[in-house]
Design a protein around this ligand. Sequence first.
Ligand code: G3I
Length: 340
Amino acid sequence: DTSLRALASKQGLRFGTAVDASQLGTNKAYTGIVNTQFSVVTAENAMKWDAVEPSQGVYDWKAADDLVRSAQHNGQAVRGHTLMWHNQLPSWLTTGVGDGSISNAQLRDILRRHVTDEVTHFKGKIWQWDVVNEVFANSWETPQADGLNADDFWIQHLGSGIVADVFRWAHKADPKALLMYNDYNIAGEDGTNVKFQAVYTFVKHLRKQGVPIDGIGEQGHLDTQYGFNAQQYQADLQAFGDLGLKVAVTEADVRTFVNNATDQVPTSSLAEFAQPYEFSELLKGCELVRQCISFTVWGVHDGDSWIPGTFSGEGYGLLFNVSMQPKTAYSTLQQDLKTA
Ligand code: G3I
């Protein structure tokens, strides 16, 4: 068996993908790849707040439950994604906050209920939760003194202390799930490594206070036009590991400029080398850091990736092409896993 999941399991690593719940079980080719290649799955959207509580107090777990059931049936672990994030919030919540009908005190209660209810609903079925997602400032944003993004929806309304609270609420609801902080550019960031430093310092402090945080997820969204400091990336993952944290690569993809969004052929033949190369470095960092427990790619094939919709003119980010055929990046990672 030379599938990614089989090769990775020989190293004690789970190899995963984000899954589009609407295609799982209905699209045969798609489902076949998910179940033969991957041993851990993340709901790309189905566990986000807008999906599970479209109107206040009315939960809809159907899509997420189906995904979890399918995973259990196929020997896959599940990464829960995500409990506190500024995106994909239900409109009843953002509207209420916007028009002042939800106060900050009420917002805190609403968040606590959301975290508690969702973690409780899936209790015992989730391996890792992305408890808090993307609250640290990037170079183009405004950091508070502690490095959190001053303009983040949650930080703005509830302050930095909410991060520790959300971890405590999640732990109370499912003491066995691994609780992660998930973000991009927190390992191997080019240049100053400011974001890594901020996360490192903050998380070290959380641990010292006894806050139940088990690990760090580096998303791993790369772009060939920026280059990638693989050495820094590995050192950063290792630094988190040395704090006694687990680490995971949670949303890997490597995008590049393409001729068009339909067939996603790179405009530069160099990119056809850079794309698998950077993927390989992402995986190797995880393989070399003992505390790295899973490596997840953010989608099955280029045809269902978020990239063309967000970065105009870019694509080619994943391991399978738009026709669901394995690309060079696929065989490169397969080779990396074999020779590790
Ligand atoms: O569900 C609606 C559908 O009813 C509607 O017809 C359609 C028309 O636009 O939109 C659908 O919602 C879309 C949703 O994906 C499900 O397909 C949203 O518009 C679209 O914005 C949303 O994009 C997701 C994005 O997060 C939103 O922030 C991507 O699929 C998802 O890959 C992406 O994932 C994030 C991670 O959660 C966190 N890290 C970054 C990563 C990439 O942005």
